[in-house]
Design a protein around this ligand. Structure first.
Ligand SMILES: *Cc1c(COP(=O)(O)O)cnc(C)c1O
Length: 463
């Protein structure tokens, strides 16, 4: 594998095939790549659902005892194996000592989430003081915008994607109304060019430069949930701040997926959920980031006792001793039952680095792209043949692990047939399947099995 470093995914696949004396589409290539994958032991840290346990599988078509082909970690990450043990520890503690659990044991409930913030900071490229774990994503987005969106008559706009995730769209809309402005005038939506499907960085930077003086806040996602496009957050932050705008990112699809450097990029604030690539389970505790430079200047608009200095929080003297920066944004005590799964997952992340994960991810997703291109490119010589267009950028620097596939044939049938065969992925109308090979637990063989099943689902012969 040493000789293969520095090559593109295509070059790697072709080089390996030549080495093995097989076709690049052979499953031997997947087996070889898995064998040489330095991170393959991490899959063992998660429960991978069996095909028979998926409610959608058809056991007359596939062997139910096999692992499912789980490619939907962008929607809900897999369960780390230590979650149950941690939860049991806390249930036992509660049963045995009741209220004393707040301060006892390895996870004292009163500050259990604080103990994870250093691990979380590592994943998003932040200092531990810049990160808080609290609430849900949309809640954090609102809390942060209450402080960072301070519109004036001259500067009142918020820049966001035209097709932002619905919750972000509604959150921005309602913040604008809350401040007495009109979303029609204050929401500045970034649209892609006609005939294109993703945003060009140059167009984003252009708009910021042209309209920047009326923009209060640039509020984009890090990775676009529908197209899988990874935005150039460093360049966007720099351009927007040059125009005097503040910059926030919703990292729901970027945290645990892309390599982030929130501190170094000078991003003003960010928030993310933890149940997607961060595997904390449905409704898991969310994250928030406020840059160190705002530590003593930006204050939370809403306060609660959890934002109070921990040392004196329980003195109950009603004189708020606000923690600096993002820690002061905390409102309520957090459930230890949400802390347990996140701890389990972050401990797995801590066995490697985002740099290592990203390196595998580029090859894994590049391999998927290669196989799709091989079998499903549009061929003018066979106009009736089903084809697949990848709407996610082909430049690995402009995407995370997800590829969004657009089909020339009805997508509902393809999706159903994939599900019957033990593939877990995600369908978004009108025509997109989102496929996310997650470097933490997916294998090259998963990708190869997906392609075989896709052949059956689309009704073409893959061989
Ligand atoms: C998943 C996701 C959400 C979900 O918000 P919750 O508050 O966690 O329910 C919001 N925004 C984006 C961009 C997402 O990808």
């Amino acid at each position: 594998m040493e000789q293969l470093s520095g090559l593109s995914a295509r070059e790697t696949v072709e080089r390996v095939a030549a080495l093995l004396g097989c076709h690049p589409t052979s499953e031997q290539v997947a087996a070889f790549l898995d064998h040489h994958d330095e991170l393959r032991h991490l899959r063992e840290k998660f429960f991978v659902p069996k095909i028979a346990d998926l409610p959608t599988s058809d056991l007359s078509l596939v062997d139910g005892t096999q692992d499912s082909i789980y490619l939907v970690g962008n929607s809900l990450g897999l369960q780390p194996k230590t979650v149950k043990k941690y939860l049991d520890e806390e249930l036992d503690k509660w049963a045995k000592m009741g209220v004393h659990g707040h301060t006892e044991g390895s996870r004292p409930w009163a500050w259990a989430e604080n103990d994870l913030e250093a691990l979380m900071a590592r994943v998003v490229g932040a200092q531990p003081e810049e990160v808080a774990l609290m609430n849900g994503l949309t809640v954090n987005l609102h809390l942060l915008m209450l402080s960072f969106y301070r519109p004036t008559a001259a500067r009142h706009k918020i820049v966001l994607e035209d097709k932002a995730f619905p919750s972000d769209h509604y959150a921005v809309e309602s913040q604008i109304r809350l401040r007495g402005f009109d979303p029609e005038e204050s929401m500045l939506l970034l649209k892609h060019r006609p005939d294109e499907e993703t945003l060009r960085t140059e167009d984003i930077l252009d708009l910021i430069e042209k309209e920047g003086s009326s923009v209060a806040l640039v509020m984009l996602s890090g990775v676009q949930y529908y197209t899988g496009q990874l935005f150039n957050m460093a360049a966007i932050t720099k351009a927007a701040q040059k125009q005097g705008c503040l910059v926030g990112f919703d990292l729901a699809h970027a945290a645990g997926n892309a390599e982030l450097k929130l501190h170094d990029w000078g991003v003003d604030f960010a928030c993310w959920c933890s149940y997607k690539y961060l595997n904390s389970g449905c409704g898991g505790i969310a994250g928030a980031f406020v840059h160190e430079k705002h530590q003593h200047t930006v204050k939370p608009a809403l306060t609660g006792w959890w934002g109070h200095n921990l040392k004196t929080r329980f003195d109950m003297n009603n004189e708020l001793e606000l923690q600096p920066g993002v820690k002061g944004f905390r409102l309520s005590n957090q459930s230890v039952f949400l802390v347990c799964p996140l701890q389990a997952s972050l401990e797995v992340f801590n066995m490697t680095s985002m740099q290592m994960l990203r390196k595998k991810s580029m090859l894994l997703t590049g391999y998927l792209e290669y196989l799709i291109g091989h079998y499903y490119h549009e061929d003018p010589a066979h106009p009736g043949r089903p084809h697949v267009r990848i709407i996610t950028p082909s430049d690995p620097q402009q995407r995370g692990c997800q590829l969004s596939l657009s089909f020339s044939v009805p997508i509902d049938t393809v999706f159903r047939e994939l599900e019957k065969r033990g593939v877990a992925c995600d369908m978004r109308h009108p025509s997109v399947l989102r496929i996310a090979p997650v470097p933490l637990y997916n294998s090259f063989s998963d990708v190869h099995r997906f392609i075989e099943n896709l052949g059956a689902a689309v009704g073409t012969n893959c061989q």
